[in-house]
Design a protein around this ligand. Structure first.
Ligand SMILES: [Fe+2]
Length: 209
């Protein structure tokens, strides 16, 4: 088996800090986890996203729409699905930045109308990271639904390790700051090239290695 290279990245993404979030959203059924975010009041309202070597990726509730046993696939696109395509790529890393091969990455999300398929597996799928810990997802920008900003749900699990359940967000979404589940460090890096989008996010699991 190929030996994994340790990656020590000093690059940090800087994301906008949002003002204190509104506390009451009656339509959201799940409570935010109680961990705090180490946001520092840095210049111009910008704060660094935790990189591997710092904190593991923050956990967030799965919410009420997770369906187990999703199909194994890297593309959630299929006939009848409308919306703006957004490929999402990244790595699953340990706390000391080692890529974790064969990690389970299980995505689910709403369609562009903010609706989940709770009877089937539309816009649901899992995959396993490659030898460099990489995953690749082909999906669409999720729609909004009452009480929530746009988000993609995901569960990430290295073999024989606890499951990380969290949610990914898009930058510069008007509803981000009003969504009490929103966490700035869970914002994907999104590049816009014309009408095309490309998103990336690295997961850091609370495992050694
Ligand atoms: Fe959701």
């Amino acid at each position: 088996m190929q030996r994994h290279h340790r990656i020590r990245s000093s690059r940090r993404r800087f994301l906008q800090t949002y003002p204190p979030m509104l506390a009451s959203l009656a339509l959201v059924t799940c409570a935010r986890k109680s961990s705090t975010v180490g946001l520092s009041p840095q210049a111009q309202g910008l704060t660094p996203t935790p990189a591997c070597g710092d904190l593991p990726t923050a956990a967030l509730t799965a919410g009420p729409f997770y369906t187990p046993n999703s199909p194994q696939r890297k593309s959630l696109l299929e006939p009848g699905i409308a919306g703006v395509a957004i490929p999402l790529t990244g790595q699953v890393l340990s706390r000391n930045c080692t890529p974790i091969a064969n990690s389970l990455v299980d995505f689910w999300q709403a369609n562009d109308q903010g609706e989940y398929d709770n009877n089937g597996y539309t816009l649901r799928g899992h995959q396993f990271t490659d030898a460099e810990g990489r995953y690749w997802l082909e999906t669409i920008v999720p729609g909004i639904y009452p009480g929530r900003t746009r988000h993609i749900h995901v569960k990430v699990q290295a073999a024989n390790q606890p499951i990380l359940t969290t949610q990914l967000y898009l930058p510069e979404e008007p509803l981000n700051q009003g969504d009490f589940l929103f966490r700035p460090e869970l914002v994907m890096t999104v590049q816009n090239q014309g009408n095309e989008k490309q998103a990336s996010f690295n997961f850091v699991l609370d495992v050694n290695g």
